[in-house]
Design a protein around this ligand. Structure first.
Ligand SMILES: [Zn+2]
Length: 279
């Protein structure tokens, strides 16, 4: 039976303070298992602090992942911005590794006016640089570009799988709500969720489903893909079918909830999944 750990993207709203430490304590009280530390406005955490957070998380039995800054574009026409993007990914990896996180995720690039195939090569080459520096520094953490929610963003499932198969050290972060939104409401049934998982398994091997980094939430979308995250029950997202597909494919890993009601929906996902797997 797969083991999925459920948690929140960022500090739960009901935490006593807006700090990572208070967030970890609150997750423990709620009976959740995981925290994705959000560096979405920049990696400002010092390495010593990251180590302390890792220690506390370990004591509480909460696993960690990290989300890199939004301001990353490995396809920026401006070389300085591309270099800054590489650094932001590296800083996320450094802090994540110091806190004992399993993986980091981020939105890799925008297509701009470029051909997606050229963008792919650029993204791949920059990620190769990231991996090289990590190796030199002895930083071991999965680098997981996320499947993105808008057609102008690099990050279809196929692109992320291809990167993962070409570069050892790269693996997918599968945001199921983003895939659903990007394709105008498709990928919202048991069969479609199963197809996504099988595609990953075929391309990257069974191991890719044994520690999968996932994002889940309700989502509002239009012609240009993702508009907003929504609470699960206020959206059309068929999370029960997703959870069933994950159970039946025996997936293990981390399910990070990004709904506006972070912890309520994380608990809803955990409880729903628990009922599916209890008999
Ligand atoms: Zn994201």
């Amino acid at each position: 039976m797969g083991l999925i750990r459920f948690g929140t993207g960022g500090v739960p709203h009901s935490a006593a303070k807006r700090t990572t430490e208070a967030g970890l304590e609150r997750l423990k009280e709620l009976g959740l298992d995981h925290l994705e530390v959000e560096f979405v406005r920049g990696v400002k955490m010092k390495i010593d602090k990251a180590r302390e957070i890792g220690k506390l998380a370990k004591e509480l039995g909460i696993t960690l992942t990290a989300h890199g800054p939004y301001y990353i574009n490995l396809n920026s026409p401006d070389e300085d911005k591309r270099k800054a993007s590489v650094l932001r990914i590296l800083d996320t990896a450094r802090a994540g590794y110091a806190m004992g996180a399993r993986s980091i995720t981020f939105h890799a690039a925008y297509y701009g006016d470029n051909d997606p195939e050229d963008v792919y090569v650029r993204v791949r080459d920059h990620l190769h640089e990231v991996l090289k520096v990590m190796k030199e520094e002895g930083i071991k953490i999965d680098i997981r570009p996320e499947t993105t929610g808008k057609p102008n963003q690099f990050g279809t499932l196929d692109e992320i799988i291809k990167l993962s198969s070409e570069l050892p050290g790269i693996l997918p972060c599968v945001d199921f709500a983003h895939i659903h939104a990007r394709f105008g409401g498709r990928f919202n049934s048991y069969d479609e969720f199963t197809a996504i998982l099988k595609k990953i398994e075929r391309a990257l091997g069974r191991g890719a489903l044994e520690s999968l980094h996932m994002h889940m939430s309700g989502i509002e979308y239009g012609d240009k893909g993702e508009i907003n995250h929504l609470n699960l029950e206020e959206s059309d997202f068929r999370y029960r079918e997703l959870l069933k597909a994950l159970r039946d494919m025996d997936v293990s890993g981390y399910a990070v909830c990004e709904s506006p009601d972070l912890e309520e929906d994380a608990l809803l996902l955990k409880k729903t999944y628990g009922k599916l797997t209890s008999h």
